[in-house]
Design a protein around this ligand. Structure first.
Ligand code: 6GU
Length: 255
């Protein structure tokens, strides 16, 4: 049984888009995942197939009608166990933990908004999760849906090929990754950090950990605070339980 992406959108031709290329594209061809679209327009009303209407209470923009959204959702015949996600800047921020949860399940049903949004009654009545991919505004949910799908598909078994697919890079332990360097050892007068050429694996691991911490502290004070809090929590627990082995798990976000 393959992982199933179903996308309700006014622009079905935008899918799978870039996900038809590279590793995700190969996995799509191999049936690791599938990508179906449901054209919202086909469920529009009247001669003009209207999907939206003016907002009650007035104001700018248009709102997608609940009856139209629901007809499209019903037409997908999506499994009731599949999470239904509406992509909107009003949603809670998408995290790697969400992505992992989606990837471990049977698939996702994604609703892409355009205009001002979708009637709130539909979202509430159908238990639709509302998710944002960041604090900026896109012209529609389609590119956000592609981002969410990319993040999920790369975690599906067999997609990442040689790389250890279970192991993630940035965010797996709550820190940003350390920086990377390759040949030439001197480029445009710039040298590679000396420790990386030393062959001293313990020193390299220590340097990378320090860099990961420094980068996180500088760029992501939010992640840094959370990491420090978790570290202190684990230290307190380890002291109480005398469980030195738990120190190995210090850098893991509990899921
Ligand atoms: Cl999910 N949709 C739109 N339209 N804009 C966004 C977004 C989603 N996430 C961040 N900005």
């Amino acid at each position: 049984m393959s992982w199933q992406a179903t996308v309700v959108t006014l622009f079905p031709e935008m899918f799978p888009g870039p996900l038809g290329q590279s590793l995700a594209g190969r996995a799509l061809e191999n049936g690791v995942w599938s990508c179906r679209t449901e054209d919202l327009r086909e469920h529009g009303l009247g001669r003009h197939r209207a999907v939206d209407d003016t907002p009650f209470g007035g104001g700018a923009g248009m709102v997608i009608r609940p009856d139209v959204a629901d007809a499209a959702l019903a037409a997908t015949q999506a499994d009731a166990n599949i999470p239904c996600v509406y992509l909107t800047p009003r949603g809670r921020p998408l995290t790697q933990a969400d992505v992992r949860r989606y990837a471990e399940g049977p698939g996702v049903m994604l609703l892409c908004g355009r205009f001002e949004g979708v009637d709130e009654r539909f979202l509430q009545a159908r238990g639709v999760e509302q998710v944002s991919i960041g604090d900026y505004v896109l012209s529609g949910g389609e590119t956000a849906a592609l981002v969410l799908l990319d993040a999920c598909v790369r975690l599906l078994p067999g997609v990442m090929g040689s790389e250890q697919s279970g192991v993630e890079e940035s965010f797996s332990d709550g820190l940003l990754e350390y920086p990377h360097y390759t040949r030439p050892a001197v480029w445009d007068g710039h040298e590679v950090p000396e420790v990386l050429l030393s062959g001293n694996h313990a020193a390299i691991a220590q340097w990378r950990q320090a860099k990961a911490e420094e980068t996180t502290r500088e760029r992501r004070p939010d992640l840094w605070s959370a990491w420090l809090a978790r570290k202190n929590e684990n230290r307190t627990a380890a002291v109480g339980g005398a469980a030195q082995a738990d120190l190995r798990g210090l850098r893991r976000i509990p899921t």
